[in-house]
Design a protein around this ligand. Sequence first.
Ligand code: PLP
Length: 443
Amino acid sequence: MTDSPVDQNSATGAPTPRRKPKPKRTEIGGRPLKPSTLMMGHGYDPTLSEGSLKAPIFLTSTFAFPSAADGKRHFEGITGKRPGGAEGLVYSRFNGPNQEILEDRLAIWDGAEEALSFSSGMTAIAILMLAACKAGDVIVHSGPLYAASEGFVAKTMAKYGVTYVDFPAGASPEELDAVMVKAKAQAEAQGGEVPLIYLESPANPTNALVDVEAVKAARDKHFDPDRCPIAIDNTFLGPLWSRPLDHGADLVVYSLTKYVGGHSDLVAGSVSGRKRFIDAIRALRNTMGGIADPNTAWMLLRSLETVELRMQRAGENAEKVCAFLRDHPKVTGLGYLGHIDDPRQQDIYDRHCMGAGSTFSVFIKGGEAECFRFLDNLTIAKLAVSLGGTETLASHPASMTHLSVPDERKAALGITDSLVRISIGIEDPDDLIADFAQALEYV
Ligand code: PLP
């Protein structure tokens, strides 16, 4: 949270601190504090808010400047006239106390220099792409992506003269090398550059993993790392089970609607990572809007206090449920990161992931009709298209989230009519297994 209390009677115009905020403590005796500890107070000083233990929700559209000189200084930061960004609170399209505390805490999980909050995951992704690209440019991206992300690249960015080159999530270093060569040639032919490599790992809904280290090696060989960031959608495993910045990504994208929000009661997004790239995204967010609102930011602060507990419990539940489903005669396969068949995918998992998470696909014997019977007979799991909440959800991607994806692409990506996507919650695992067992009887 920006520390902005100042002496309003300053004769010089130079802002002087009125109440010194407590220093942010991120270590004790040289030992860094863990994110789960920092989520309880980092970035918030109760003495600045009447001692309120929890941050109040700041419902205001604008912030009063202590002096005209402060207003000028803040706008220099907002407009980029002075490097370093805003030093104080200005206007709620740019920043606000709840959002700044949230952004400080989000950055901690990924080991990022800075984070930005958005009104949805798709707002974060759209502003990231628009900030990176100009007409003639080429985005390199892994596939599959969340259907709306894929559509944004292929349809919306195309309207502004930006094309793409995509590659399958599990691509080898040799394949990645060829992809970069192709993208470079395509950009040169269009008079542009390759200003963004955009990944999603694990991919929605197949759970295919991208080798971020190999993408970084290929990027570093063909492009200037300071002009071609690697951004990755870490929604499925983050922030607990995967830290892509440690493997060479520059920016991490989240739909906070999922595990971070975790209660299926809000929609939000974020981008965190290297400051030089965050600055450009913030500048466009300042212009367009799209920052998370104060109430949602406050709810996310509540959620971050339990994200580790929730993700751990859901991960343990998923392991038990998948052990049951794997051997079931009505199940023909599982797309679960705890049971990987492919050696290359296992190698990526071992290098990049700290846990298998709790969203997976299950292939039901039969097609759409059998999947629908299974879904319609679940009693604990709800039939809904999100993931990462406290409750278990199940959906049929081919006819729901990925309905707009052309049939050939669905087939190539393994999004078949027999695939059901399940997001396991924090219910009792035996109750969940009993529910899946009885629903499979109807298949
Ligand atoms: N990324 C992934 C992997 C998703 O699953 C979703 C939504 O389902 C999004 C991004 C978009 O997020 P939002 O719905 O918060 O805009």
